[in-house]
Design a protein around this ligand. Structure first.
Ligand code: NI
Length: 189
């Protein structure tokens, strides 16, 4: 089968594509992901807000293909911990990814199974190269603006959420004295 080229629009203000329905994650789908599960549960009961959304383009996923889309993490905090994506490893672990920030201010938090970790701050116009073997998560540190990135990676890489859903990342990004701080995750073992 011959693949045809494809045009996709992304709105630079919202990060959303009018052509493809986004995948949404609300607070109720983030159970156990934040250090303060009690705070998350209370927030969810009051208002089950949208934490993040992202696009899957439904394009072919063979070894030579590239998957791409946008990721939008909304401003907010659970306790002192900023709103973030769940984060994932790639199932084919040694596959890299690029994130380019279109709007807002946040971090890409990364860690590999060997215990190395990195946190890179992104602003509009800045790209980060996430090396193979590194799990990655977006964290929004702004109080009033969505953190919007465009990402691209090898399309057959796959997503592995398992390890992160059970113990999280080694580090948390929280607000401390009005500024982001990177601290140890008390739940990580
Ligand atoms: Ni990825």
């Amino acid at each position: 089968m011959n693949m045809q080229s494809k045009l996709v629009q992304f709105d630079m203000k919202t990060g959303l594509s009018p052509d493809v329905k986004s995948i949404q994650r609300k607070l109720s789908q983030m159970q156990g992901m934040y250090a303060d599960e009690g705070a998350r549960s209370l927030m969810e009961a009051a208002d089950d807000v949208l934490v993040y959304e992202f696009h899957d383009m439904h394009l072919p996923e063979q070894a030579g293909d590239i998957a791409f889309g946008t990721s939008i993490t909304y401003p907010g905090k659970v306790g002192h911990e900023y709103f973030m994506t769940k984060g994932h490893f790639h199932t084919i672990l040694d596959t890299a990814e690029v994130y380019h920030c279109l709007r807002g201010n946040g971090y890409l938090l990364m860690e590999n199974p060997e215990g190395d970790w990195e946190a890179r701050e992104l602003k509009a116009g800045v790209s980060v190269y996430v090396p193979g073997r590194y799990a990655h998560r977006s964290v929004n540190i702004s109080d009033d603006e969505p953190f919007i990135t465009f990402f691209a990676f090898r399309a057959d890489a796959g997503h592995d959420y398992g390890a992160i859903e059970s113990k999280g990342f080694r580090k948390l990004i929280i607000e401390q004295n009005g500024r982001p701080a990177i601290v140890d995750n008390p739940k990580w073992k």
